[in-house]
Design a protein around this ligand. Structure first.
Ligand code: IPD
Ligand code: CA
Length: 297
């Protein structure tokens, strides 16, 4: 890995400041545009021109996802000319480039955004050689910013000042509240559903919030004890996994070249339950990838 503290192009504090500022500006745009595009109390199917689909008919993209990514790319180009960008909507190179790469989810939780469920986020991570060194996730509806710098801790701010994040001190898997999520491909969902049938009787309960980036921040803040999901792409996990890790979570992420279709598992677990939860997940076959044919992730 490059010398992060001696090479100013890779100054992690500077990368964190950029991630926070750009994610907050994109979040303001997303917050403003939802009532403009979908109205208040207006059913989302009354504005079909604002929505199209991606990997499957259940995988939506709205014009606000597209606008948000365009805005983020423009801001990054101004503030960090020469860096690479990988974004959920416009893509980027599969190979890990040299230098800094920004990994961007312009709206994570697009289904929630579409339906008006207040759990969607903007997620921006800065990777160096495929390792996230800085990241920010903004919970758009609640107005909470989460951020972390590798080695520098994880924080959140709801407007009343920064708060250092720590995972829960839970030490019994049977009492763990576990967040998860599902891909968009029916074949993967069948396997995910079968795994849940085996896991659910052995833990406190499950949560399916609908934004993997927020799930990972919830592990960091102690709003859940763990998160696992198969088939996340780098834009889903880049920032949130660092925030969870810097809050003390034991984290396992896919390789930076892996994409949703590969079906690799992402894990973030409060340290006191990590070994036992990993063993439980291994025992039910939940650590193996759940690939899908095309990138229906
Ligand atoms: C999705 C969300 C969801 C997760 C899916 C992701 P999107 O991202 O993070 O929680 O379960 O696997 O694809 O499509 O809203 O950007
Ligand atoms: Ca996403």
């Amino acid at each position: 890995m490059p010398q992060l503290d001696t090479d100013t192009r890779f100054d992690p504090d500077e990368l964190t400041a950029v991630a926070v500022a750009v994610a907050q500006e994109a979040a303001r745009h997303v917050r403003t545009r939802r009532p403009e595009v979908f109205g208040v109390g207006v059913s989302n199917d009354s504005v079909p021109q604002a929505v199209s689909t991606k990997s499957t008919d259940t995988d939506p993209v709205t014009i606000v996802d597209t606008e948000s990514e365009k805005l983020i790319r423009g801001l990054l180009a101004t503030r960090r000319p020469g860096d690479s960008v990988l974004g959920e909507e416009e893509g980027g190179s599969v190979a890990v480039p040299s230098g800094v790469r920004w990994v961007v989810d312009p709206i994570d939780g697009t289904v929630n955004f579409l339906y008006g469920i207040p759990a969607y986020s903007v997620s921006i991570g800065a990777q160096v050689d495929g390792t996230t060194v800085a990241g920010a996730v903004v919970d758009v509806a609640r107005g909470v910013t989460y951020w972390a710098t590798r080695g520098g801790g994880a924080f959140s701010d709801d407007g009343s000042g920064p708060v250092r994040l720590r995972c829960n001190a839970v030490d019994e898997v049977a009492l763990a509240l576990v967040a998860t999520g599902f891909g968009y491909a029916a074949s993967r969902r069948e396997v995910q559903g079968a795994l849940i049938a085996r896991l659910l009787p052995r833990i406190r309960d499950l949560r399916r919030v609908g934004s993997a980036a927020l799930d990972l921040c919830m592990v960091a803040s102690g709003a859940v004890d763990a998160h696992y999901e198969h088939g996340l792409s780098p834009w889903d996990w880049a920032a949130g996994s660092l925030i969870a890790e810097e809050a003390g979570a034991i984290v396992q992420i896919p390789s930076p070249t892996s994409r949703g279709g590969d079906g690799d598992v992402t894990l973030a677990m409060a340290p006191g339950i990590a070994d036992d939860l990993r063993a439980l997940l291994a025992g039910i076959g939940a650590l193996a990838p759940i690939p899908v044919q095309q990138d229906a992730s």
